[in-house]
Design a protein around this ligand. Structure first.
Ligand SMILES: CCCCCc1ccc(-c2ccc(S(=O)(=O)CCO)cc2)cc1CCc1ccccn1
Length: 240
């Protein structure tokens, strides 16, 4: 994929997004407010507007037992699972298979009254990163989704308003080996998940509507998605 026209943008965006995701909430600059909490899951947002449009950055951190970062990223990246966990998805098309770790998607999401329906075109890239903090620690896996143009799907031509997004899912696997030297099982693994997203809703939508949508949909999405991965992997060999 390194000769593809998008490759320079992909390289730059992945490095930038991973660096941001790895920073703790405190380091990320002030203004983060905790807006949802459920067990290990904590969701923060910063209230930001561009030309009067809500583009609140979101950062969620979660720890899930029994699954690995590779399994989480694999189920987030691969198109064949998406209708199972992405509840607001109406239509998903893979426009281009750039390489086995990079896909180009067109998605339309269900209309959310009173706003008009949205669609999005984005490249999606999955990558294993060396764990440079803890040399012999398990690898870090990430998926970065970033809006892009596409000649066959110009923005705002049909009924949908085109949205623009940058999303980073960063996963760190933790292994607590069993004391008695028995083989590793799912009880000995957990995954620390950091999900960052910035969504520009494209055309105008009432700030109150957008903030209500995000407050409802993001916690639902992360809980449903992680439960889905747990369910899909529970009787399968661990994917490191
Ligand atoms: C009036 C509503 C306007 C915004 C609607 C909107 C915007 C963005 C998105 C969205 C959010 C996450 C991604 S992803 O992380 O790349 C995963 C692949 O699907 C892609 C798209 C969705 C939705 C629809 C509502 C909504 C808001 C959050 C979470 C879920 N649904």
């Amino acid at each position: 994929a390194s000769q593809h026209r998008l490759w320079p943008e992909i390289e730059k965006t992945v490095k930038q997004q991973v660096a941001m995701a790895r920073m703790g909430i405190g380091e990320c600059g002030s203004g983060w407010q905790l807006f949802a909490e459920d067990g290990e899951m904590k969701m923060y947002r910063r209230e930001e507007e561009i030309d009067g449009m809500v583009v609140d950055p979101l950062k969620a951190v979660h720890v899930v037992k029994g699954i690995t970062g590779h399994e989480v990223c694999h189920h987030f990246f691969s198109p064949q699972y998406r209708y199972d966990w992405e509840t607001t998805l109406e239509q998903m098309t893979v426009l281009e298979t750039i390489s086995d770790d990079t896909l180009l998607f067109l998605q339309t999401h269900k209309r959310i009254w009173p706003a008009s329906q949205r669609d999005v075109v984005f490249w999606s890239h999955i990558r294993k990163l060396p764990n440079d903090q803890d040399r012999d620690g398990p690898d870090i896996w990430t998926v970065v989704n970033n809006s892009t143009g596409h000649p066959d799907h110009p923005a705002n031509v049909g009924k949908c308003v085109r949205i623009f997004l940058t999303v980073c899912l960063l996963c760190q696997t933790r292994v607590n080996p069993p004391k008695d030297g028995t083989p590793l099982s799912r009880e000995n693994v957990s995954c620390k998940i950091t999900y960052c997203s910035v969504v520009n809703p494209g055309g105008w939508a009432p700030a109150s509507v957008l903030r209500a949508v995000y407050k409802r949909e993001y916690p639902k999405f992360l809980k449903r998605f992680t439960a889905y991965v747990t369910n899909q992997t529970k009787n399968k060999p661990i994917m490191f």
